[in-house]
Design a protein around this ligand. Structure first.
Ligand SMILES: Nc1nc2c(ncn2[C@@H]2O[C@H](COP(=O)(O)OP(=O)(O)OP(=O)(O)O)[C@@H](O)[C@H]2O)c(=O)[nH]1
Ligand SMILES: Nc1nc2c(ncn2[C@@H]2O[C@H](COP(=O)(O)OP(=O)(O)OP(=O)(O)O)[C@@H](O)[C@H]2O)c(=O)[nH]1
Length: 437
């Protein structure tokens, strides 16, 4: 993953519609928890060979003391601070508003890459409408229809051109050491966890500040482990502005995840697993990073013998279908299982690097596929001929077969389960491809 694209604009111009189109998500994340006002402000997306994260700055916080105009200014400012590219959306049917001009001004002055999307132009015949918006002074102006997709391809071509290259990131480190981060909603205890674990910075080997644009990697050597903890600006900084917290925490989470190999997703035992936790989990999974779930503040729960197993079950139910994930119950305050959590994260790191020899893969898996072949599809027998693990930094497997297009999701999942039952990939997302042979 490389980079964050932020969608900014007045209410009702079509930001959410554009967000859905870019991220290919139609369905809202279902959540019955009250108080979740922004349930899907970011998601992973792909265009051409780039994958990135799209952030929708819409839906200002209900009950905020600010009027919506200052809220929008504020969100534009965050987007400017945090994103790599900004899409300003305006309403092509309504024409320019003073607020559009003000926000455009703010964005232009920032020097961050930006484009203007003139939305609700549902037919190319109406493209001329963009003339009204040229006075905003943007160099790149696209007539689009977020509803039917008109113009969004051209928009994306331009936008992804502004994203940083993946290669920029990976080569900042000479040492091949695990990069671990702790992510989670505000107040779950991330700082307390890190502080309790690392003590008063006595284990710090080096502070590699500024090695990547977005994150600080601090190298630690303790308990016999050598690793980086990835921190994004402000993770340990106190002084919170409550209404802005969710937005900042999301931005931080995205950046931390992108900069790590393994993420410790911390959730709050007193609240259970919520929509925002799931969002972060899916972001980790989409980014194909290793994951460990830490259920923190475990000291605050009323425990019976079954509490932990019930909790575990509830989490597994919510994170389906990727459930091969370590779950630990921690207390940052009582310092329970903190080291264990770190150890587990380092184990996940190792599993993510495992290479299985082709001969071994074929010996173990081919007999299974012979016994339980893919279902016959359109009268054709599908057979898997051989399997190989690709020489990539994380586990990716290619399955060569006669009719790859006939292998459907359930069988793919069966294959993944077989792989997971034979080899330990706990906490590691796998990629499985089918190729013609
Ligand atoms: N005709 C047309 N209508 C659109 C288009 N894009 C969005 N709309 C409509 O405009 C309305 C507002 O769209 P949203 O995506 O909710 O706008 P938003 O900017 O996210 O609004 P907030 O959540 O209030 O910030 C909806 O009724 C959409 O169906 C478009 O390309 N063409
Ligand atoms: N009882 C109990 N309280 C905890 C635990 N972990 C953290 N807390 C408390 O929860 C509050 C939030 O902890 P932080 O460590 O600041 O949480 P955070 O996730 O870093 O919060 P942000 O900086 O807002 O992202 C503090 O008052 C902590 O003392 C825990 O394991 N048990």
């Amino acid at each position: 993953m490389a980079g964050i694209i932020a969608i900014v604009g007045r209410p009702n111009v079509g930001k959410s519609t554009l967000f859905n189109r870019l991220t290919g998500r139609r369905e809202a994340i279902v959540d019955n928890t009250p108080g979740v006002t922004r349930d899907r402000i970011y998601a992973a997306a792909e265009w051409l060979d780039k994958s990135f994260t799209v952030v929708d700055t819409g839906g200002y916080t209900e009950g905020s003391s600010d009027d919506f105009e200052s809220e929008i200014r504020k969100q534009a400012r965050y987007a400017i601070d945090e994103a790599h590219v900004i899409i300003l959306v305006v309403d092509g049917r309504e024409g320019l508003s003073p607020l559009d001009e003000e926000v455009a001004d703010q964005i232009r002055k920032s020097g961050k890459p930006h484009v203007l999307a003139v939305n609700k132009i549902d037919s190319p015949a109406d493209d001329y409408v963009i003339a009204d918006f040229l006075k905003l002074g943007f160099n790149d102006v696209f007539p689009i229809s977020a509803v039917n997709g008109h113009g969004t391809g051209d928009l994306l071509d331009k936008v992804v051109g502004h994203l940083p290259c993946e290669a920029d990131k990976s080569l900042d480190f000479t040492e091949d050491l695990p990069k671990i981060c702790v992510v989670g909603r505000p107040n779950v205890g991330k700082s307390s966890f890190l502080n309790a674990l690392t003590g008063r910075d006595q284990h710090i080997v080096s502070d590699v500040a500024g090695t990547t644009r977005d994150a600080v990697h601090t190298r630690y050597n303790m308990f016999g482990f050598d690793f980086y903890l990835v921190d994004t600006a402000g993770l340990r900084k106190k002084g919170k502005v409550s209404e802005d917290l969710e937005f900042y925490s999301v931005m931080r989470a995205i950046k931390s995840i992108e900069n790590s190999d393994v993420c410790i997703l911390m959730i709050d035992a007193t609240r259970g697993i919520e929509a925002q936790d799931l969002n972060i989990f899916h972001l980790i999974e989409k980014n194909k990073k290793g994951v460990v779930i830490a259920v923190n503040k475990w000291d605050l729960t009323d425990k019976t013998q079954t509490t932990a197993s019930e909790f575990r079950k509830a989490i597994l139910e919510r994170i389906k279908p990727f459930t091969d994930v370590p779950i630990l119950f921690t207390s940052s305050i009582e310092k329970t299982r903190l080291l264990k959590t770190l150890q587990e994260a380092l184990e996940v790191y190792k599993r993510r690097k495992v290479r299985i020899p082709t001969s071994q893969l074929n010996e173990t898996l081919l007999p299974i596929f012979e016994n339980t072949p893919p279902p016959v599809y359109k009268g054709k027998t599908v057979s898997i001929k051989y399997i190989t693990q690709l020489p990539t930094p994380r586990p990716q497997f290619a399955f060569f077969c006669n009719l790859p297009q006939y292998i459907k999701e359930p069988y793919k999942r069966f294959i993944e389960n077989q792989l997971r039952s034979m080899y330990d990939f706990t906490g590691v997302p796998l990629d499985i491809y089918f190729r013609k042979k």
